[in-house]
Design a protein around this ligand. Structure first.
Ligand SMILES: [Zn+2]
Length: 386
């Protein structure tokens, strides 16, 4: 089913494609290919070429040298239209859940039942009103096959500029960190009306332990041993932990947004920081933590949008260094042996000007709102004249 080009060319009566390969016999190569599959492959090929042509046109218009779009590839995940499959989903009872696919056995095409697993989130959207399900794509992987069903919903949301004019606007600010994965603050009429802390439940430590093992193995063998079986499993485990955490945090954020219809969700624009110094395992752990932040932002934005909440990114400059009450630069501190020490990673924030003290991540989260409204340290600078 990879020969998408030929399928397109040999379509009977395709006047727009006057040069089919002369020695190519489609029917011989794919005997009795069901019409629905044939149609799917043709549609897919047309879609790929269309998107390639428009990407290339955009690239040519941009005048850039880099970033020339590549030719469409050979991998093809056929879309299963009505007639090529049937999906029997009965709640989450896996015994009654299977997909019927028409497959080629080498001799003929047959209907075969395959058991399927799917998540409760898929089930929720499937049964929720307003969601539209599209024809699934069949993605065949090394050890399993997946059906990718895109679900869409029409969402009505106001533009940010319009929302910003409203005096009752509720903003939901999120500060993403390592131990406090997310500190969510809700602000209305210049006052914080709700705060939610989402902690990592030891994820950072847990992940660090695994990465330390991986790094140790790499050091012992003197080369990266990413492919080693046990390491592969460790990496998979680490990735899955990150993925789970990202989904959980994103759901918490979306839940808060759902309580304030019409609110705007604020994130800091993620900075690209390359982890430097420290040990290899620590650097690997930092990198994973950075990826987690990106994932949380991405998932939260998607989940919030389905309930009509628009997300915007704000300037992250100084959100953790300035006082959220008076806007002066402050200090971070912590306690060691009952004594107050001033350290960069301090859990607490203190302002030398107004003597304000607060949880450092919470202070940063409040500053996200200031950054959005252009207040205090984030006031737009007057344009220099001349
Ligand atoms: Zn202050």
């Amino acid at each position: 089913m990879r020969k998408t080009r030929s399928a397109g060319c040999h379509r009977p009566g395709a006047k727009e494609h006057p040069h089919p390969w002369p020695d190519w016999n489609f029917t011989e190569a794919f005997p009795a290919l069901p019409f629905v599959y044939r149609r799917s492959v043709i549609k897919d090929a047309i879609g790929k070429v269309r998107s390639y042509l428009s990407n290339r046109a955009n690239w040519e218009k941009s005048g850039k040298k880099k970033g020339r779009p590549g030719l469409p590839g050979g991998t093809n995940h056929p879309t299963l239209y009505e007639g090529a499959f049937s999906l029997e989903l009965d709640g989450l009872d896996l015994r009654k859940t299977f997909v019927r696919l028409k497959v080629y056995t080498g001799q003929s095409w047959k209907w075969v039942n395959y058991p399927v697993k799917y998540s409760r989130y898929f089930e929720q959207r499937r049964t929720e009103p307003g969601w539209e399900e599209h024809s699934p794509k069949l993605v065949v992987r090394k050890h399993a096959a997946e059906l990718h069903v895109s679900q869409t919903k029409e969402v009505r949301a106001k533009k940010i500029v319009e929302s910003k004019l409203s005096p009752d606007l509720v903003t939901v600010g999120v500060d993403l960190n390592v131990k406090n994965l997310a500190v969510i603050t809700v602000r209305q009429s210049a006052a914080i009306i709700e705060t939610v802390f989402v902690t990592d439940h030891g994820l950072d430590q847990h992940r660090y332990r695994h990465l330390k093992r991986i790094a140790k193995k790499q050091w012992q063998s003197g080369k990266p041993v990413k492919d080693e079986h046990s390491n592969q499993q460790l990496w998979r485990h680490v990735r899955r932990m990150n993925e789970d955490a990202a989904q959980k945090v994103a759901r918490s954020i979306a839940r808060v947004c759902a309580r304030y219809p019409g609110c705007v969700l604020l994130f800091e624009r993620l900075r690209k920081i390359k982890p430097k110094g420290a040990s290899k395992s620590r650097r690997m752990n930092r990198r994973q933590a950075n990826q987690l932040r990106g994932k949380i932002t991405h998932y939260a934005r998607e989940k919030a949008y389905t309930i009509g909440t628009v997300t915007t990114e704000v300037n992250p400059h100084g959100t953790s260094q300035y006082c959220s009450r008076c806007g002066s630069p402050g200090e971070r501190f912590s306690f060691r042996d009952g004594r107050r020490i001033q350290v960069k990673w301090g859990k607490l924030f203190c302002c030398p000007v107004c003597q304000y003290e607060a949880n450092a991540d919470w202070n940063a989260s409040v500053n996200v709102h200031h950054s959005f409204f252009g207040e205090l340290h984030w006031q737009p600078r007057p344009k220099r004249s001349g």
